[in-house]
Write a protein that binds this ligand. Sequence first.
Ligand code: ATP
Ligand code: MG
Length: 388
Amino acid sequence: MDEIILLKLGELVLKGLNRRTFEDRLIANARRRLQAHGKFKVYTKQSTMYVEPQDDSCDLDGAWEAMRRLFGVVGLSRARACAKDADIMLATAIEYLGDRLSAARTFKVESRRADKTFPMTSIQLSQYVGGELDEKYPNLKVDVRHPELTVYLEVRDYAAYVHADPEPGAGGLPVGVGGRAVSLLSGGIDSPVASWMIAKRGIALDMVHFFSYPYTSEEAKQKVLDLAKILTPWCGRLTVHVVPFTAIQEELRRRCPEELFTVLMRRFMMRIAEKVAQRCGAGALVTGESLGQVASQTLDAMRATTAVTSLPILRPVVGMDKEEIIRVARRIGTFETSILPYEDCCTVFTPRHPRLHPMPGELEAAEAALDVDGLVAAAVDGIERVRV
Ligand code: ATP
Ligand code: MG
C-alpha cells in the first residue's frame, strides 16, 4: 500500500482543448486494465497519472505490467509513499532506491511541492537530501545536467513520494480517442503488428477474420483468436468477427480466371469488412499489407482493392521491411504465435500465376459472373462474434 505507480502522460498534454477528453479516456482505459489486479485509485494531476492500490490484496506487479502496455503513457515509475518530512524522505530514498544509489556514479535530486504548507522550498529539499546522499554514498557525485540517476521527491497533499527515473511507457495516444477502425486480422505476422500500430494512435479496434473451413482448420482460427488475445493488453478487449469465407472462395474458383483469384478475393474481404465497419461504427479499415511483399501488394492490386470501399484503408506497415515488422512482432509478443504452421485462407487458394497488375475493368468483368451482393450478404449473415 505504500508503493504506487506514477505515469507520465504523453502527447495528450499538448492537445490543449481536448486534454480533458484524453485524460478521461486514459483513466477509463487504465481502470479497466487494472480490474484484474485489485482495487486501485486512479487520477491525474499535472500531466501525471497516479495509480494507488487501495488495500494489501492488490497485485502491484500485475498492475505495473498492465500499465507498461497502456497507450498514452510516455514514462512510468514505481514510487514509495512516506510521511512529509525531509528526514523520512531521505531515509525512504536510501531504503527504496539503495541499489540504484550504490550503482550510479552521478545523480541529482529533484523535488516538487504541491503542498505549499511544507516548510522547505523544493530547492531547499533537493539540496538537503542531495547533500546527505552525496555524503552517504562515496560513489556518487552530483551532476545536475546529465545525471545517471535522478531521485525525485514529491510532496503532495496526503503524502510524499520518492521515486527514480521513469522507464519508457508504451507511448501513443489513449485507445478510443481517435474513434474506431476494423482491422483485418489473418494468422500472419503483419496484420497483428498493423493492428497494434493503429491502436497505438488512439484507435479502438474490431477484428475481422476470414475463415475458410474446412480448407483451414479450427486450429488456424484458434491461432487468430490467440493473436487477438495477445493484443488485448494494448488494445483493450476485442471482438473478433469470424466471417465464413469458403463459399465465396469456391464461387470465385468456379467462375473467375484463376490469375485474378487473389485480388478478387481481397475485394470481397474489403466489402465485407466495410459492412462490419458500418455495424460497429468504425470509420476505417486496417490491413497488414506491405508494398511488394506478395502478388496482391503491388500498387495496382492495392488500387483494385481500395476501389470497392469508400472507407480509408490504413496500411501502417506499408513501407516497412519484413525484418522491421518482425522486430515489432517480437516486441509485442505476437511473433511466436504468428509463425505457428497453420495454413491460412490465402495460401490454400493461391493461384499458380497471380496477376501482378490487374486492370480495374478486368476485375469488374470477372465479377459480373458473380452475385456479389448476395455473396457478401450471406457471408455477413454467417458472422460469428468472439469476445477475447
Ligand atoms: P499477414 O502477415 O498479415 O498475414 P501477408 O503478408 O500474409 O499478411 P496477405 O496474405 O496478402 O499478406 O494479406 C494482406 C492483409 O490482408 C493481411 O495483413 C490482413 O490484413 C488481410 N488478410 C489476409 N488474409 C486474411 C484473413 N484470412 N482474414 C482477415 N484478414 C486477412
Ligand atoms: Mg497472410
